[in-house]
Design a binder for this molecule. Structure first.
Ligand SMILES: *[C@@H]1O[C@H](CO)[C@@H](O)[C@H](O)[C@H]1NC(C)=O
Ligand SMILES: *[C@@H]1O[C@H](CO)[C@@H](O)[C@H](O)[C@H]1NC(C)=O
Ligand SMILES: *[C@@H]1O[C@H](CO)[C@@H](O)[C@H](O)[C@H]1NC(C)=O
Ligand SMILES: *[C@@H]1O[C@H](CO)[C@@H](O)[C@H](O)[C@H]1NC(C)=O
Length: 486
């Protein structure tokens, strides 16, 4: 007995004297998040960076942007339709999600809806037995691309439009068809466009959103007001230079022109995570027109820097032509675009530099040092400073030999723990070369003064919600950027 008590007493002494050392074997914990946080689906959406939109329907054949609803379904005849070709273009452009206009404002349905005859059923294409949504879905799924759908609330064909009850029943019946029949759908797109001839028409967005969430577990619902993804407030593909993924949903309403600036910048005090998507067409119009051609590479790159480079996802419209294919000149331009992005970002000059920081959470070797910014993980490994009450934190990148020559600075936050940075500045060899506000998932500074040469680059974070967490950092050279004489 005595021996056993002795043993117990000795072990207790041993355990208590070893306890602090044992604790030191555990890793430093990540800091608490700063709310609100993205959902799983929002985080996945953000990492896509570029999404395709395909506007296709009767307008493709009437050379118009807005159909009247009086089009004869017989005009829809894309004799060479090959959705695999569309998806191949997405794959070649590095795009992992493509959205199709299942129905546009003209009311013509690209699938054989059983609630109307204004659809592919009335067209000569595949003798009325075709289903564009099905072909699109099959092509996408077999190539590992996710799909999204747009079902226009405004319907200029259906006679129920204007009668709120009957039309909402029709609209929701079609939502159920689309979200039940075609497997997993990753994004659904809603706008608030309305006919001026139907002043009493109300859209039951709440009912629609709940139905969508019920039928598709990982879908992101896009609209002016979310709830998954918000509109950026314009159709030029430009986010605000300040762009928060946070906003107050209670201040938003769909189809309200007075909130576009709020949508463009978001809200540092916003209680909802609702990141912005920038929709723009690769051509002047949303539908294909023989007379139009794709935007210049420099315009597409400008859009990229002002959308993806400002914490947003770029929704790029690529309209199939009357044959049912993406035109060769669009494909050519998209290949140039993809190749330019690869050229700019495949080389990161910071990788061969030495890194220092104002402080490191948990000290050296804690995993929160600045070297965490140079691995491939852009979310869950990051530099974190000590939470020492300081307003300013910084990182510095110094060339180990020779001089750095760059014209793009890339900064990414670990947004899985909330969007934090409010104000930052960039210094080269002690001289300020750029300043900015928000960072978010990705901030690209394409330098207005062109190529910068220097030995050391310091990023000063001068304001943030909680401590800043930087998950990735890059110094790049963009050979396509010629700010002088632009
Ligand atoms: C809209 O509703 C008002 C009030 O219920 C009614 O007087 C009016 O006739 C309706 N207008 C149309 C175009 O249905
Ligand atoms: C539009 O938004 C503004 C600003 O939030 C708000 O005051 C107004 O009530 C909204 N209008 C409608 C019709 O919802
Ligand atoms: C958003 O909501 C937060 C919390 O209620 C509030 O502090 C902030 O002022 C709101 N933003 C705007 C623009 O009203
Ligand atoms: C549509 O694009 C394809 C190339 O992808 C081309 O072969 C075809 O001629 C185009 N159709 C029209 C009407 O321009």
């Amino acid at each position: 007995m005595t021996n056993l008590y002795h043993l117990l007493a000795v072990s207790l002494i041993l355990i208590s004297s070893f306890a602090p050392t044992i604790q030191n074997h555990f890793a430093t914990t990540p800091p608490l998040p700063v709310l609100p946080l993205p959902s799983y689906s929002q985080l996945k959406w953000q990492q896509r960076e570029i999404i395709f939109f395909h506007h296709f329907g009767v307008n493709t054949f009437t050379d118009s942007e807005w159909g009247t609803g009086k089009e004869n379904p017989k005009i829809f005849n894309p004799k060479g339709l090959n959705t695999a070709q569309w998806i191949d273009v997405a794959v070649q452009t590095g795009v992992s999600l493509s959205i199709l206009t299942a129905k546009h404002h003209d009311g013509f349905c690209l699938w054989p809806s059983k609630y109307t005859d204004h659809s592919v059923v009335g067209s000569p294409w595949e003798n009325g037995n075709g289903d564009v949504v099905q072909e699109f879905t099959n092509a996408a799924k077999s190539r590992g691309v996710d799909i999204g759908l747009y079902l226009s609330p405004w319907d200029r064909h259906d006679r129920r439009y204007g009668d709120s009850l009957a039309y909402n029943e029709y609209y929701m019946a079609q939502l159920q068809e689309l979200l039940n029949k075609y497997g997993s759908v990753n994004e659904i797109w809603f706008d608030g466009a309305k006919g001026s001839n139907a002043p009493n028409m109300s859209y039951l967005f709440n009912d629609w959103f709940q139905m969508v969430a019920e039928l598709q577990g990982t879908i992101n619902i896009f609209s002016d007001a979310g709830p998954g993804v918000r509109w950026v407030g314009n159709e030029n593909g430009f986010a605000g230079t300040t762009c928060w993924s946070t906003i107050n949903r209670t201040s938003l309403s769909i189809g309200n022109g007075s909130i576009v600036n709020y949508l463009n910048t978001g809200d540092p005090r916003g209680t909802d995570w609702l990141p912005a998507e920038c929709d723009v067409s690769v051509r002047p119009g949303w539908f294909w027109h023989k007379s139009e051609s794709p935007k210049k590479l420099s315009d597409l790159l400008e859009i990229y820097y002002n959308s993806v480079g400002r914490n947003c996802v770029l929704l790029l419209n690529v309209p199939p032509n009357t044959t049912g294919l993406i035109s060769a000149n669009d494909i050519q331009r998209l290949k140039e675009f993809k190749s330019a992005i690869d050229t700019i970002f495949s080389k990161n000059l910071a990788e061969s530099c030495s890194l220092t920081a104002s402080s490191i959470r948990g000290g050296k070797n804690s995993g929160f040092g600045p070297e965490a910014m140079l691995d491939k993980d852009h979310l869950w490994t990051y530099w974190a400073p000590k939470d020492n009450g300081n307003e300013e934190h910084w990182i510095e990148i110094t060339a180990t030999n020779g001089e750095l020559r760059f014209n793009v600075v890339r900064i990414q936050e670990a947004i899985g723990l909330g969007q934090r940075i409010k104000k930052h500045e960039i210094y080269v060899d002690g001289k300020r070369i750029a300043k900015g506000t928000t960072v978010g998932y990705k901030k690209l500074h394409r330098l207005e003064n062109g190529v910068i040469k220097g030995r050391s680059v310091r990023i000063r974070v001068l304001g943030s919600r909680g401590i800043p967490l930087i998950s990735s950092f890059g110094l790049h050279f963009d050979p396509f950027w010629h700010p002088i004489g632009r």
